[in-house]
Write a protein that binds this ligand. Structure first.
Ligand code: TRP
Length: 356
């Protein structure tokens, strides 16, 4: 693990880990190996962990209410089915914590607009408009997209998180959260911890069915628990893996494992000995059908034990809702206090104490 921009916090101090999951899709293998599995494994007894469903971030990119709702449910069920213990970590839905958007507004008021102008996601949208020759560089860009990093800063600062596990694309947002925290601390009062991005260099970025990065936006993902509730999930997994695009080499030809997406996905699930063994098989010549079958068996072995719990939770949203409410109660014990301090720091407080 590499910690970007480390703070001066002492090595052995307990960490407060926090990360958010945007609720716009149905979890796929790339999410599993890139975020879900490492986050669940990273939780140990010394640290405090906050994991949340970032639904207010979801509505920045997705305008389909049905999809936002379905995604929230599937993501919550997936994290719990894959072993997240909601008693041990604080697992909540962002929109259940009204203090977060309140803090976001407060932070907005001391955050320089120029800082947001430099955000990658915003700049990418402006570039797209320029390429299209649009006269308005901000065409189609909402205030939600523009101010996205401020909401993310509020998510993080609200809980004084010290460590924020994220993908590389999010490092800039953590830097901005530090910047925003520093400005507030200097201007008003030292209330916020400066967070550090934690980027795990070993976390694989999976290739999708078509050879490009596995991503919902390319439509090339392998859904973790299938995407058709009518069809057996094991069958769906098998079918998806059989759809991985390969070249036209004959079965007996020696093959290069390092340029093969089947092998790459296999590496994310297998032990070093198993990886070495498959490498030898490639060099000796292996048929694509057989390689896919080996990959399927490996992934299925890891995922199969989670299916029952996933299906149970999906069929019983009441249980999920209770888990999320328990998480919200735990989270709000922190957020109420820190929001109150933040409001006082900027001069918003009762004029007098009223007798009850
Ligand atoms: N923007 C993050 C993503 O797209 C999700 C997210 C929202 C997040 N708030 C956060 C991640 C706070 C870490 C901390 O991946």
């Amino acid at each position: 693990m590499t910690e970007q921009t480390p703070t001066t916090s002492e090595e052995n101090q307990p960490k407060r880990i926090l990360t958010g999951i945007t609720t716009t899709g149905i979890p796929h293998l790339g999410n599993y190996v890139g975020a879900i599995r490492p986050a669940i494994e990273a939780v140990n007894d010394n640290d405090e962990a906050f994991f949340f469903l970032a639904d207010y971030h979801g509505i920045i990119k997705c305008f389909d209410p049905t999809q936002i709702h379905a995604s929230t449910k599937a993501i919550a069920a997936t994290w719990i089915a894959c072993g997240l213990d909601p008693e041990k970590v604080t697992f909540y839905r962002q929109s259940d914590i009204p203090e977060i958007p309140e803090l976001a507004w407060i932070l907005n008021c001391s955050c320089a607009k120029g800082l947001m102008n430099r955000a990658h996601a915003y700049k990418a949208s402006v570039d797209v408009n320029a390429e299209k020759g649009d006269v308005d560089p901000d065409h189609g860009i909402t205030m939600g997209l523009f101010g996205y990093p401020v909401l993310m800063a509020a998510d993080i600062l609200m809980f004084n998180a010290s460590h924020v596990p994220v993908g590389k694309d999010q490092i800039q947002h953590i830097e901005m959260a530090r910047d925003i925290a520093g400005t507030f601390n200097f201007k008003y009062k030292e209330l916020f911890t400066l967070p550090t991005a934690v980027v795990d260099e070993d976390t694989p970025l999976l290739t999708g069915l078509d050879g490009r990065k596995m991503s919902k936006s390319y439509g090339n993902t392998i859904p973790l628990f299938g995407d058709n509730p009518q069809v057996d999930q094991q069958k769906q997994l098998r079918k998806a893996i059989m759809r991985i695009v390969t070249n036209s080499q004959a079965p007996e030809e020696p093959k290069d494992p390092d340029s093969c997406n089947i092998f790459e996905i296999y590496k994310a699930f297998a032990t070093p000995a198993e990886i070495a063994e498959l490498r030898t098989r490639y060099e000796q010549g292996i048929g694509w059908g057989e390689a896919k079958e080996i990959l399927f068996q490996k992934i299925d072995g890891e995922i199969a034990p989670f299916r029952e719990r996933y299906n149970e939770l999906m069929a019983n949203p009441k249980e999920l809702e209770e888990i999320l409410q328990m998480g919200a109660n735990k989270a709000r014990r922190h957020s109420r206090k820190l929001l109150d301090k933040s409001r006082r720091a900027i001069g918003i407080k009762p004029l007098a104490k009223l007798k009850k």
